[in-house]
Ligand binder design. Structure first.
Ligand code: GAR
Length: 221
């Protein structure tokens, strides 16, 4: 059975593209039921349309309050009856009251090794701090910005002479593999999050899974 997923994206949509490609390749047991954006001109929406995926967008400027926009957004998304919501480059802070019904069924990909560097400009901040390692995280979305329980991470080395753009470009394909692997494991019902924390095959996950070179998720040694 394919799991119904909705994807939220604000811009380029390369993570969405990775999910579409994996689904098309028959490797990902999901049905992308809709793509929502807060930016009418987001390339992610065009990508979805090219792939015959339903799209919707709402402009935050049409709403007097943030909460009103967020409630309208989730009402729109709910019409697609998704079982899982994936934030893939969705660049707005959401009011927890709007996604409360989706807790445990909404995930986000963030370009840092959380809990390090929540928020923006992660690559720049990694370089400024002189970190030797960078990466991306997929976490369940909670009220805390980029602060929900982390399912899995991927690491990349920071190289001497790296620029913000170079580092971002090296990380991006690993992000794509990470989001596909996480959605795959959620769609196969191997990963769950409840009050007791994240469980993998029914066993508590002591720390986030790590993406291996072959694209599978491993427990940390
Ligand atoms: C990705 O790098 C994603 O991790 C990041 O935005 C980019 C979206 O790229 N997300 C965040 O920073 C969320 N805090 P994409 O539109 O090509 O998928």
């Amino acid at each position: 059975m394919h799991v119904r997923i909705a994807v939220l994206a604000s811009g380029r949509g390369s993570n969405l593209g990775a999910l579409i490609d994996a689904q098309r390749g028959g490797n990902l047991p999901v049905h992308i039921v809709g793509v929502f954006s807060d930016k009418p001109s987001a390339p992610a929406l065009a990508l979805a349309r090219e792939s015959n995926i339903p799209t919707a967008h709402l402009d935050p400027r049409d709403f007097a309050q943030r909460l009103a926009f967020d409630l309208a957004a989730f009402a729109t998304i709910a019409k697609w009856k998704p079982e899982l919501i994936v934030l893939a480059g969705f660049m707005r802070i959401l009011d927890p009251r709007a996604f409360e019904p989706w807790l445990g069924r909404i995930i986000n990909i963030h370009p840092s090794l959380l809990p390090k560097y929540p928020g923006l400009h992660t690559h720049r901040r990694v370089l400024a701090a002189g970190d030797r390692q960078h990466g991306a995280s997929v976490h369940f979305v909670t009220a805390e910005l980029d602060g929900g329980p982390v399912l899995a991470q991927v690491m990349v080395d920071v190289r001497r002479g790296d620029t913000e753009q170079g580092l971002a470009e090296r990380l991006l394909p690993r992000e794509h593999a990470l989001i596909v692997a996480c959605v795959d494991q959620l769609a196969r019902h191997r990963l769950h999050w409840s009050n007791e924390g994240i469980r993998m095959d029914g066993q508590p996950l002591a720390c986030p899974l790590v993406l291996a070179d072959d694209g599978t998720l491993e427990t940390r040694a």
